[in-house]
Design a protein around this ligand. Structure first.
Ligand SMILES: Nc1ncnc2c1ncn2[C@@H]1O[C@H](COP(=O)(O)OP(=O)(O)OP(=O)(O)O)[C@@H](O)[C@H]1O
Length: 643
């Protein structure tokens, strides 16, 4: 007798039950496949190396389809291709005969091998965000919350709902709990198809078995298509699978019912002794020498051809069909594929439904992303170390420049204080934004690729939510440093603080731009460092001896504008100061007339600050907007949607 879940689920001898929603459930087994997922002759070549070669796979409702193969055989690449994360050179992925597109991919959940989360969020917060953003707004909130509880219960993580996800620096959930958390994240959206890349890796054998039982239950009770890769399933797990796809060196070595795998391999000369774990036995074969692999993959490929030639597969649309050994089995397969292949085109494509472009509205996405950004960024930007650094640096600066006297000799000191302040917050804000993009890369890439939300909602939520956070420490710093240094004038304090805030936000915008464009921490830091140093050199505060033909370049420095604006604010109304012996180099007029008074205008002219303050504010605003707009463009290009 065929085990439950084999391709004989089509057999009329079995007991079929359709539930009230028209979805077939296994009571329990399906009469006809409502959903058939086909991967058809998929070939993937990267840098001239063939990673997948003419691989086909087919799965129907209620099936657990397992991809096995040694490391590097192409399992992840195949799952990525089915999920639409990678585009094959040739071949297609279809659902009910319809090419998978962005909308159909909504029916699909993908649990990655190394899933990424925000480590500072609790499991509940992670699941809450997912359900609020990825589940339709027509579902009441209470129902979404119940759904979270139910899934947490089913997958055995209810007790750790309030535990932080954690990371290598501050542990939280265990590896197995994280794995189950990522499965719940995907299950929350109730996908018809669930892809899992090595869901049992890193789990102990009993947790792995429990997880497999849960997946089996999902396939049986919720009638889902579940396709996953696995390395070393136990014998007990192996017998839960419906279909097996064996991959070796990117080629199919076998695809068919799990129950047919061992007879087929025996037919090919590999007999599995009764005491062996079949999975270990199969993995052993898949790690054989090149000639054995070639024999297996050629045989699998020829057999497909032979069956086609014999017209067993009829109009085989999938290009993949169960290879069986005995004549009886072939007859059985023929009947299956008659049903399957003839139905692929005629399958009710209405079952695919009209999927909304986005699961939730822009405002919901924005609200939830802001909620999450605030929780995640608050801990990062206002971290106790950052706070300590700001206080210590402000106090040191305040002490070094303590109550600077209003003399000619101190003009340079005051400029130095401004320079240090603006430079420090420029580096801090830019690097923080780059580091944040780099650390979030995994999560947002996964979510945006899954079309969970719009890039614009993410970017807007990110930039607006982080705005007050990123300004908190500079404001705090400036209050301490300004008043300790004795830079007098309340209006001057507030206006110069405004400039510092705008300057910090421009630098953060630069970080967004670089971070979004590259998302590689090392390169991002290198690039931002180079740009900031270049801007500093051009700012006119390090050297004033730029060649005349190059003097315009200072306007391209986003640091020149805030430094100039702050200088205007602090020096233009300065009390005129008499020349001193130290000022003759700086102010030549002191040479000719020692009684001349140096005004704030002289100081500014001497520093090359000649324009009205409004021009510097305009320059600042231009950089503030430009960096942010370019950041958005970079992000859009990075996540340009596939149709
Ligand atoms: N972008 C890429 N550039 C070059 N080679 C790649 C690329 N992506 C995958 N490969 C190669 O393709 C092969 C298949 O990779 P894949 O990750 O699909 O294997 P796998 O079977 O999932 O392995 P594992 O079990 O170790 O996760 C590997 O040899 C890998 O190095």
């Amino acid at each position: 007798m065929q085990p439950l879940g084999s391709s004989c689920t089509f057999s009329t001898e079995m007991n079929f039950v359709l539930n009230g929603h028209g979805t077939a459930t296994r009571g329990t087994t399906i009469l006809s496949p409502q959903l058939v997922l086909e991967g058809e002759n998929i070939t993937m070549v990267v840098n001239g190396v063939s990673i997948l070669n003419d691989v086909s796979i087919l799965a129907k409702n209620g099936e657990l389809v397992t991809i096995m193969g040694s490391s590097g055989s192409g399992k992840t690449t195949l799952l990525d291709t089915i999920a639409g994360r990678r585009r094959p050179q040739s071949g297609f992925v279809k659902l009910n005969g319809k090419l998978m597109d962005r909308k159909l991919r909504r029916k699909l959940g993908f649990v990655l091998q190394d899933d990424s989360f925000f480590s500072d969020l609790t499991l509940w917060e992670t699941l809450y965000f997912t359900s609020m953003v990825r589940l339709s707004e027509s579902i009441p909130k209470a129902e979404k919350l119940r759904h979270i509880e139910d899934l947490a219960e089913i997958l055995g993580v209810k007790k750790c709902l309030n535990t932080r996800i954690g990371d290598m620096f501050s542990p939280g959930l265990s590896g197995g709990e994280k794995k189950r958390a990522s499965i719940i994240c995907e299950l929350l959206t109730d996908p018809d198809i669930l892809l899992l890349d090595e869901p049992t890796s890193g789990l102990d054998s009993s947790t792995a078995l429990t997880l497999m039982q849960q997946l089996r239950k999902l396939a049986d009770e919720k009638n889902k298509i579940i396709i996953f890769s696995i390395h070393q399933p136990s014998s007990q797990m192996y017998h839960m699978f419906d279909k097996l796809l064996l991959l070796a060196q990117g080629k199919v070595a076998f695809f068919g019912d799990r129950s047919d795998a061992l007879p087929y391999l025996e037919h090919m000369g590999f007999k599995c002794e009764i005491q062996y774990n079949p999975a270990d036995f199969i993995m052993g074969i898949l790690k054989s020498d090149d000639s054995t692999i070639k024999r297996l993959t050629d045989a699998a490929s020829n057999r497909r051809g032979a069956i086609s030639m014999n017209d067993f597969a009829l109009n085989d649309k999938s290009g993949c069909f169960t290879v069986s050994v005995t004549n009886d089995a072939l007859v059985m397969e023929k009947r299956d594929y008659e049903v399957q292949t003839s139905k692929l085109d005629s399958l009710d494509q209405n079952i695919l439904g009209e999927t909304e472009k986005w699961p939730t509205s822009f405002s919901t996405q924005f609200r939830m992303l802001s909620w999450r950004t605030f929780k995640v960024s608050r801990g990062r930007i206002l971290h106790v170390y950052e706070l300590l650094q700001s206080v210590i640096l402000a106090v040191i600066l305040g002490l070094v420049f303590f109550q600077i006297p209003q003399t000619m000799g101190s003009i340079r000191d005051r400029m130095g204080l401004l320079f240090i302040t603006v430079t420090h917050w420029t580096f801090a804000a830019a690097f923080d934004a780059i580091a944040a993009f780099s650390s979030e890369r995994g999560v947002i890439t996964k979510e945006i690729k899954a079309k969970a939300y719009r890039v614009s909602a993410y970017y807007l939520a990110r930039t607006l939510t982080e705005l007050p956070l990123v300004l908190t420490l500079p404001v705090f710093f400036y209050i301490l440093a300004y008043w300790m240094a004795g830079l007098h004038g309340v209006p001057q304090f507030f206006t110069s603080l405004l400039v510092l805030m705008l300057s910090t936000l421009s630098a953060q915008g630069l970080g967004y731009m670089v971070g979004a464009a590259f998302m590689d921490l090392k390169f991002g830091i290198f690039l931002a460092n180079t740009v900031i140093l270049f801007a500093l050199i051009l700012s006119g505060f390090i050297t004033q001896t730029l060649p005349a033909w190059f003097s315009w370049a200072k306007y391209l420095s986003f640091i020149f504008h805030p430094l100039s604006a702050m200088s205007v604010i602090l020096f233009q109304d300065m009390q005129p100061l008499p020349c001193s012996t130290m000022s003759t180099d700086t102010f030549p007029q002191c040479l000719t007339n020692a009684t001349v008074m140096i005004t704030g205008k002289d100081v500014l002219l001497n520093a090359g600050i000649t324009l009205p303050i409004s021009c510097y504010f305009t320059g600042l605003a231009v950089f503030f907007l430009l960096f942010r707009i370019l950041g958005f463009v970079a992000l859009r290009i990075r996540f340009r949607g596939r149709k």
